[in-house]
Design a protein around this ligand. Structure first.
Ligand code: NAP
Length: 527
């Protein structure tokens, strides 16, 4: 599959038809459906999809009348048979009769499957009310076919006389969404394009960018009707769905897993606060190279954060790497320049080092000395993984004398050599105190949730340190930091590194100062 070079300029000119948000109602009784319809309106959906196949007792004329007349929003009526992934197992004529009846009783849309669409559309020919539309849908629960195969499918759907085409595929890779976007942009009739599954999330969120007719949003996390479906609340509040337009720049966090990341919450709120035409999403990526090769247009993947396990692999896809990030051997922040080139940074070390410097300055009182307070300090780094490298390089760059202590001593030696420091086995750090007033930075995962009773260094050894930093942020208040405080040291939380590296990312993405207060409030609220 080539790169995603989709011309959205026509969409920009005719963006009057905003992508709709549709909430499926999946009650097993009419009353449950009526309650859900009212909630759908309350939470901001534009229309509802009535899934007749979910009803346990269905009396077509009586129930359809109630559901359609009492719905506070426009309706799509769907009666999905088992052979297309639904629940209905009965007679086919009865099913199609119920759909015709829905049309007669005032449904705004009905959704009928491609397999029977010719037959169905002929049966209603000449009877269609004004403004009533037939959605002809095709579902593939195995994969996302080639662009050519999807285009053929659209042509078949169009030949049935469909008003709206609906293509549902299954994403086995995030790049599958690109083929969905090519269809929604280029299709001659309004088209709904969805790739199912967590890897298909983009196809749902970016429908407005690529001209999709509608996207589905669940009432809440317990009532999703298809894999990978998000809630209306997340669509509207987390991802600012209503603000996404064809020319919106797309940012996101690349990782695997990535769904837990709070970064979309922070960046989308920040973009909105200054009116930036940009959206930030979760990118569940298996193959970083394929991701960047596919999403290579300037307004796509305009900037990315990068997390486990791609911090090292992503390096190979970059055109330029900031010199410290190159030394650290890991990147967490990628910016696509207007010429399309990818430039990478490591903002972890800036976040950690500035937080520790501010902690030391606070110790120095009202008149801190000029220059970095880390200069000349003995700086003990516990751990030699990704965070350990950031701290060791960051501190040595500020003139600290670095000592690396790690469980696997070989890794400690390797890192210490690279930063011109000394190394220790982790077990020896307890008795290591050549001087007083040292700085300690824990970057091991010892003490992280769920092992919150653990600590990487005994409490009695902490009295030799003037400041202790812990990279762990779950929990915020680790046993190490509690004991350091009791031993009289100043402490710096891992959350401070996390938030400050976010400030740096925002600056790199936008060229603007980060809305620090907003980031802090959101982190506090959603910790
Ligand atoms: P990593 O690359 O996997 O490195 C893990 C380090 O922890 C290695 O040095 C490893 O030692 C050591 N370690 C693991 N289990 C240990 C144990 N039982 N006893 C002693 N040492 C042990 O992970 P990372 O990305 O550096 O992350 C490390 C921690 O930093 C995590 O808690 C992570 O959440 C946190 N972090 C925080 C931020 C932030 O913004 N605050 C940013 C990045 C990371 P070996 O070499 O012997 O395996």
């Amino acid at each position: 599959m080539g790169s995603l070079s989709v011309d959205t300029s026509n969409l920009q000119k005719s963006s009057s038809s905003a992508t709709l948000v549709c909430t499926p109602v999946l009650g097993t009784t009419v009353n449950e459906m009526l309650v859900d319809m009212a909630r759908a309106k309350e939470i901001g959906a534009d229309l509802v999809e009535i899934r007749l196949d979910y009803l346990t007792n269905f009396n077509p004329r009586f129930h359809l009348q109630t559901l359609i007349k009492q719905c506070p929003l426009p309706t799509i009526v769907t009666y999905r048979p088992k052979w297309e992934g639904g629940r209905y197992e009965g007679d086919e004529n009865r099913r199609q009769d119920a759909l015709s009846l829905a049309m007669e009783l005032g449904a705004d849309y009905i959704d009928v499957e491609l397999q029977v669409a010719h037959e169905f559309n002929s049966s209603i020919h000449g009877k269609k009310p004004d403004n009533f539309k037939v959605i002809v849908s095709s579902h593939n629960f195995h994969d996302t076919p080639s662009s050519e195969a999807i285009a053929n499918l659209i042509a078949r759907i169009q030949s049935t006389g469909a008003d709206i085409a609906k293509i549902v595929t299954t994403a086995s890779d995030i790049t599958d969404c690109a083929r969905i976007f090519q269809i929604t942009v280029h299709s001659q009739i309004p088209t709904i394009g969805i790739a199912l599954g967590e890897r298909g999330l983009l196809s749902r969120l970016l429908s407005p960018k690529f001209g999709g007719y509608l996207t589905y949003g669940a009432l809440d996390a317990d009532t999703v009707s298809a894999p990978g479906q998000t809630t209306v609340k997340d669509l509207l509040e987390l991802y600012n769905f209503r603000l996404i337009k064809p020319d919106t720049k797309v940012y996101g966090i690349i990782g695997k897993p990535v769904g837990h990341s709070k970064s979309p919450l922070l960046f989308n709120a920040a973009f909105k606060s200054v009116g930036l035409n940009a959206v930030y999403m979760h990118f569940l990526v298996d193959d970083v190279e394929k991701f960047f090769n596919t999403y290579s247009s300037p307004d796509f993947a305009s900037g990315c954060s990068c997390t486990i396990p791609h911090k090292e692999a992503a390096l190979k896809c970059m055109d330029e790497v900031d010199h410290i990030a190159k030394k650290i051997g890991a990147i967490n922040n990628i910016v696509r320049r207007p010429d399309g080139k990818l430039i990478a940074f490591n903002t972890d070390y800036i976040g950690a080092v500035t937080a520790i410097e501010d902690g030391l300055r606070a110790l120095e009182g009202a008149k801190p000395a000029p220059g970095s307070p880390l200069s000349g300090k003995l700086f003990v780094v516990l751990g030699a993984g990704g965070a350990g490298k950031s701290l060791a390089y960051g501190a040595s760059q500020k003139g600290a004398r670095v000592v690396v202590a790690n469980r696997t001593f070989e890794r400690a030696k390797e890192l210490a050599n690279k930063v011109g420091g000394k190394s220790l086995p982790l077990c020896e750090v307890e008795n290591f105190h050549p001087e007083e007033g040292m700085v300690l930075a824990n970057t091991t995962s010892v003490g992280m949730k769920p092992n919150m009773d653990q600590t990487p260094i005994p409490k009695h050894a902490l009295k030799h340190y003037c400041l202790v930093f812990d990279a762990i942020y779950t929990p915020k208040d680790t046993r190490l930091l509690r004991e350091a405080k009791e031993a009289g040291a100043a402490i710096v939380y891992g959350t401070e590194m996390l938030i400050r590296q976010g400030f740096e990312q925002y600056k790199n993405f936008t060229g603007l100062p980060a809305p620090e207060e907003l980031f802090r409030q959101l982190m506090e609220k959603h910790a």
